[in-house]
Ligand binder design. Sequence first.
Ligand code: SF4
Ligand code: SF4
Ligand code: SF4
Ligand code: FES
Length: 375
Amino acid sequence: MVTLKIDGRKVTVRKLSTILDAARKLDIPIPTLCHHPELSPYGGCRLCLVEIEGIAKPAASCTTFAKEGMIVNTSSPYLEKLRRTNLELILSDHPNECMLCERSGDCKLQELAYFYGLRENRFKGEIRVYSKKDNNPFVTRDMEKCILCGQCVRICDEIQGVGAIDFAYRGLNTRVSPPFEKDLNCEFCGQCVAVCPTGALTGKMWAHKGRQNFKEVETICPYCGCGCNITLYVRRNEIIRISSNEETINEGWLCAKGRFGYGFVNSPERLTKPLIRIAPKENSIFNVKQTNPPLPPFTKVGRGGINNAALFKEVTWEEAFQYVSKRLKEIKENYGPDAIGGLASARCTNEENYLFQKFMRVVIGTNNVDHCARY
Ligand code: SF4
Ligand code: SF4
Ligand code: SF4
Ligand code: FES
């Protein structure tokens, strides 16, 4: 452990902690744009500068290790002037598009520009022009808004283990890119979108759906057994986007399904009433006429498909329960309980799944039970 003094306050942190870690432990605010606590230090934005007693020049607190007896100052007119200038330099190569930008209101760069009152920029000159559109299905990549903080590159490599993107070219041409500037073709976990501090990376599904005035709903991802926490941003009863809080079991990380797979919730194709498949010999139960010749039993039809009426009938829950119970009884009597198997779902609660296996074992009399939530 090492003990140091920051802004006159003592703090003890583990060896190999940075000054920024120590300052955060004391809740001392230091502006950052390229730092992420779960990623390797980078030191690119130079906003987190601090003064250290005995060291002539200010140092980046996110890449400087805390040392025993260090005396650190995080705020002074000189430091604020340096931070302001560095921010101006970043903004000098950034489009002024806040009015149309998907990230407006949730953009770290915009927030810092507001904090430092940066309206005019003293540094005029050549700026990057990058108009290539990426036709991948999930991530809008607007590289003119990229500030080269490298968080997307590091998260894709260090957390996701994919390495789908990296810095390409040099100087004013530097950009974050998939290999050979092709369209992004990756796992589409969206972790890069989640950490991007600007509007350079956004979800394609969010576009023009609204930026603020959401109802935030904390819930659990319905897909697999990991049970990641998700936050739904809901507007007029529609999910506009999904994120995840860092202080949850999944530490804010999500996979492609959790982050982008919410289209089914408001889909008009979603089943809202029970349907019963009408097998050829059972059509008398509901007096549904079979087609002539009969359709093969596993013909794939959509809910509104032309053959729908021939294979499915919409029924009430009561009718569905009666039908299921009648058929299970018949199968058990004719072929024994092991002719029946039950598949439970990750979308149910633990209690519901527990009851389901109990039903299969005690009422039906079989151990043929499985579950899609075995990650
Ligand atoms: S990325 Fe941020 S600062 Fe840049 S245009 Fe969008 S909202 Fe404005
Ligand atoms: S979506 Fe995931 S896999 Fe694809 S580039 Fe971003 S972090 Fe990497
Ligand atoms: S795309 Fe976003 S996260 Fe990646 S380097 Fe640019 S600003 Fe940073
Ligand atoms: S946060 Fe330290 S240099 Fe960017």
